[in-house]
Design a protein around this ligand. Structure first.
Ligand code: ADP
Ligand code: MG
Length: 281
C-alpha cells in the first residue's frame, strides 16, 4: 500500500483506540485467516468472581484464602488480581522469597509457611487430588495440599458478536488457546463461537499451537491480555494485546495494542486494514 494510505490507516485506528506499530502489521491484519485467542481475561471478562473456598481437613477457609491472596498480590495474573480483590484487606500478609512460575502459579513464605498457589500440577502434583471441573486455583502449605478456590469466569458480552463478525470479515479458523481446564474451555468456546479449542496449555505449548497453523490458514492473529501470553503474541504473524490499562503486561511483545477493554475493537482494526489496503491498490 502507498505510505500515505498506511499513515491514514494507522491514524484512523488510533481514533478507535487501537495502536498499530507497523505498516506490515496493518497489511497482514486485513488478510488474516486464523484468529487465536487466550481465554481468561480476553474472551472472558477481566475480573473473575470467587465462587467457593474449599479447604482440606486441617485447614480453614480463611487460612487458605489469606495465604493464597497474600501471594497473589505479587502476581500479574488475572486470577491473582481477582482473588486479591475478593479478599478482605486485613487478610493480606507479608510475603518473602516470592517466585512466580509463568503459566503455573506463585510460591513464597507467608507467616513462616511455604505456600504455593496456582495449577494443581504445580502446587501438589502427587497429592492424588482430582481437578475441579471449573476455573480454580489450588493451594499447598509446606508441601501439603491445603484446598482450592473456585471462580466464575464469564464471557464478555461482546465476544460472540465479535467472533461472528470476524467470520464475515474472512476468518476461516477461530482458536482458543488456554491454560485452563478442558471443561471450562469447552463451555466458553461453545458460547463464544470458537471452533478449535486447545486447553491445559503452558505458554510454550501455546507457541506450538500457533506455529502448527497451516500455510493456507495464515496470517495468524493472536490476541491476549497477560504476561503469560507474551511469547504467543510474538509467535503469531500479528500479536494483539488487549487491556483497559493501556500498557498491559503483554503490550511490549505485541504488534497491535487495543487500549480499551473491548474485544470488538478487533473488528474495527480488521475493517480499517481492509479499507486501507483497498485504497492503496
Ligand atoms: P488463559 O490462557 O485462559 O488466560 P492462563 O494460561 O493464563 O489461562 O491460566 C490458566 C491457569 O493457570 C489458571 O486457571 C490457573 O490455574 C493457573 N495460573 C497461572 N498463573 C497463576 C497465578 N499467578 N495464580 C493462580 N493461578 C495461576
Ligand atoms: Mg489470559
Amino acid at each position: 500500500a502507498a505510505p500515505v494510505a498506511m499513515v491514514a490507516g494507522m491514524s484512523s485506528m488510533s481514533k478507535h483506540h487501537v495502536i498499530v506499530k507497523s505498516g506490515p502489521t496493518l497489511e497482514q491484519l486485513g488478510r488474516a485467516k486464523t484468529f487465536a485467542f487466550d481465554k481468561t481475561g480476553t474472551l472472558t471478562q477481566n475480573q473473575l468472581v470467587i465462587q467457593e473456598v474449599i479447604p482440606e481437613a486441617g485447614f480453614t477457609k480463611e487460612e487458605i484464602q489469606s495465604d493464597a491472596a497474600s501471594l497473589e498480590t505479587q502476581s500479574g495474573h488475572i486470577i491473582a488480581s481477582s482473588l486479591v480483590k475478593g479478599t478482605p484487606k486485613d487478610w493480606i500478609k507479608p510475603v518473602n522469597d516470592l517466585q512466580e512460575s509463568t503459566g503455573n502459579g506463585v510460591s513464597g513464605t507467608v507467616n513462616g509457611k511455604l505456600v504455593k498457589v496456582g495449577k494443581l500440577a504445580y502446587v501438589a502434583p502427587d497429592s492424588g487430588v482430582k481437578k475441579a471441573p471449573t476455573t480454580a486455583v489450588y493451594v499447598s502449605v509446606d508441601g501439603k495440599y491445603a484446598g482450592h478456590i473456585t471462580f466464575k469466569d464469564q464471557l464478555r458480552p461482546e465476544t460472540p458478536a465479535t467472533l461472528a463478525r470476524l467470520r464475515r470479515q474472512g476468518a476461516k479458523h477461530i482458536m482458543m488457546l488456554t491454560g485452563d481446564n478442558q471443561d471450562v474451555a469447552n463451555a466458553i468456546a461453545e458460547a463464544a463461537g470458537v471452533d478449535d479449542v486447545r486447553a491445559g496449555l503452558l505458554p510454550a505449548e501455546k507457541i506450538e499451537a500457533i506455529k502448527g497453523v497451516s500455510e493456507d490458514n495464515r496470517p495468524v492473529v493472536m490476541t491476549g491480555d497477560g504476561i503469560n501470553d507474551a511469547p504467543s503474541l510474538t509467535a503469531a504473524d500479528v500479536g494483539i494485546a488487549m487491556g483497559a490499562k493501556g500498557a498491559t503486561a503483554a503490550s511490549e511483545s505485541a504488534d497491535v495494542v487495543i487500549m480499551t477493554d473491548d474485544i470488538s475493537k478487533i473488528n474495527d482494526a480488521v475493517a480499517i486494514s481492509k479499507h486501507t489496503m483497498k485504497v492503496a491498490e
